[in-house]
Design a protein around this ligand. Sequence first.
Ligand code: HEC
Ligand code: HEC
Ligand code: HEC
Length: 134
Amino acid sequence: MKQNKWRIISLGIAIFIIGVTFPFWYGKGESPVPPALDLDTPEISLLTEKKCIEDTAFMRTKHMKLLKAWRDEAVREGERLYTAGDGRVFEKSLTGSCLGCHSNKERFCDRCHNYVGVAPTCYDCHIIPGEVKK
Ligand code: HEC
Ligand code: HEC
Ligand code: HEC
């Protein structure tokens, strides 16, 4: 009878594990299609400026860290210029650099952020080009 008890316990544990990990494996392989990012902008066509500050994979995964490092360096250390991996120099500025090229914030930054469910609070203070704050 002791053996039976263990069988029931293992079954219980197995069901628990399946239940707890369900959200992580369910729907894998048929995940929703990520949003199309619009790279064309009215002012500067990103189709002519072909490269971001760093390569796409880096930007996709590290832009938040880059921006926060920029903020700290610019504001605390007065270090306002960033030299990219390929030697191009950019101003460490959210509005001036990022949104200078990605001026279609809504169809670029926001579209992806909405999809992944992040809402950066930067724009409480930082200006979005072309948008008058109410
Ligand atoms: C409470 C207001 C406030 C919020 C919220 C805020 N900032 Fe700032 N930020 C400032 C101020 C003030 C400066 C200083 C402006 C200067 O010295 O040019 C600054 C400067 C910066 C700079 C360097 C200068 C420039 O023109 O961009 C960066 C980069 C920056 N912030 C990024 C961010 C990011 C990224 C976020 C969101 C995660 C953010 N900030 C949220 C107020 C804010
Ligand atoms: C000189 C113009 C320019 C500047 C400045 C710029 N970008 Fe980009 N960015 C591009 C272009 C062009 C692409 C698409 C090609 C590529 O990935 O290099 C891109 C791609 C990206 C991507 C990847 C999009 C994808 O396909 O997943 C992210 C994220 C991004 N940029 C964020 C930023 C942020 C944040 C800043 C400011 C720190 C910034 N960019 C500054 C031109 C720029
Ligand atoms: C391809 C998708 C994608 C694009 C395009 C994109 N982001 Fe993000 N962004 C993310 C993800 C994912 C996170 C959250 C990462 C995390 O939680 O660690 C994020 C986080 C951030 C954060 C940090 C927010 C916080 O409060 O910690 C900032 C700032 C930011 N993005 C700025 C931008 C700007 C500016 C642009 C447009 C120039 C942009 N992003 C375009 C995917 C994207």
